[in-house]
Write a protein that binds this ligand. Structure first.
Ligand code: KG4
Ligand code: ZN
Length: 336
């Protein structure tokens, strides 16, 4: 079965073709970063309009790359939520229209389920059950994943998501949008230990996070320092050290609490090199396995949506092409 996946929840248009026997055949992505950069963040209306412009040309491109035609598609999966309403509507309506035209079923996929299952696209995927550290721009949570559709939230952020904390901190340091990758690049040049920032909720005794205080601490620290390049890099390092320590410590606690031996890291912040190094070192020392998606499948992409759709083909609509979007949608409520 050949599944077309469409991702349009925020500022990236992603499409992919996943075949249930042959694996990922092709994928393509258009990032809107350059368009939103001059506004310092995502402008929802511009995002929706750009998705409209990109989705069909990108779909034609991957069909060509995979040497397939529209007629080869057996089902269409699209991101149903969470995300920006207008942006989601583009993917959902294109999926429904194409599905109707081709006479193939469609199904809405939870964006975070896409992130969560992305490591299963790798050549040596983790077996179920596993613990997932899901750290993106909008969400930070630790989940117990027993099977596709069987997710238990172990802990989550009480305020900002990890990626949001990266982005907001980068903005207040004048690093522009999107700030996470820029901040992490600067942090690599920062001197560890020159500054020390708080580790919020490190010893809270549960698996929840809180990151909003960290950006306030950075604001205070930055206000007391000269803004030379090295000092900014050192502040970035202190911020990254704090966030990585909290995420790693809580992940470790989740491993002990569940007694599981596999950890999956997913979502945009999962692309962070320091976080990956720290978790890999801990895994080697504590004797558990850690799995990451390819860097390009950590951040938003169509491949994870096509794959999650392929895992849920049994739920695809048959003979009707109604669609709805769910801009707010709890992953725990998303069952098979
Ligand atoms: O998963 P994603 O593409 O979108 C959401 O579903 O939110 O994650 C985007 C987030 C942004 O906040 C971005 O700053 C962050 O992931 N991010 C990073 C890195 N690459 C992307 N944060 C830290 N280090 C990185 N290397
Ligand atoms: Zn995402």
């Amino acid at each position: 079965m050949l599944v077309l996946g469409i991702e349009s929840s925020c500022d990236e248009t992603g499409v992919a073709l996943y075949h249930t026997e042959r694996g990922l055949l092709a994928h393509a992505l258009h990032s809107q970063v350059a368009m939103h950069a001059e506004y310092g963040g995502v402008v929802p209306e511009l995002a929706s309009r750009d998705h409209i412009r990109r989705v069909l040309p990108l779909t034609r491109q991957i069909l060509k790359e995979a040497d397939c035609t529209l007629g080869d598609i057996d089902a269409i999966a699209y991101t149903q939520g969470p995300g920006l309403a207008g942006a989601l509507l583009v993917g959902a309506s294109v999926a429904a229209s194409l599905g109707f035209a081709l006479g193939v079923p469609t199904l809405g996929v939870h964006h975070l389920e896409g992130h969560l299952l992305a490591p299963l696209l790798e050549p040596t995927p983790p077996a179920f059950p596993f613990v997932a550290l899901l750290v993106s721009g909008g969400h930070s949570q630790l989940m117990k994943v027993s099977a596709v559709g069987t997710y238990e939230t172990l802990g989550e952020t009480l305020d900002d998501a990890a990626g949001e904390a990266f982005d907001k901190t980068a903005k207040l340091l004048g690093l522009g949008y999107p700030g996470g990758p820029a901040l992490s690049r600067l942090a690599e040049r920062g001197v560890p230990g020159r500054f020390r920032l708080p580790r919020p909720m490190l010893n809270s005794g549960d698996l929840n996070f809180s990151f909003s205080g960290l950006k306030t601490a950075v604001l205070t620290l930055a206000g007391q320092q000269a803004r030379d390049e090295q000092t900014v890099a050192d502040i970035c390092r202190a911020f990254q050290d704090a966030i990585v320590e909290v995420l790693a410590t809580k992940s470790l606690a989740a491993m002990s609490q569940t007694g599981l031996s596999r950890l999956v890291v997913a979502g945009g912040v999962g692309a962070n090199r320091q976080l990956r190094e720290k978790l890999s070192a801990l895994a080697a020392r504590r004797g558990f396995e850690v799995y990451y998606p390819k860097l390009e499948f950590c951040t938003d992409n169509g491949a994870m949506i096509a794959f999650a759709g392929a895992m849920r083909l049994g739920q695809a609509s048959q003979g009707e092409w109604k669609f709805n979007i769910r801009p707010r949608w709890d992953l725990g409520a998303c069952r098979t």
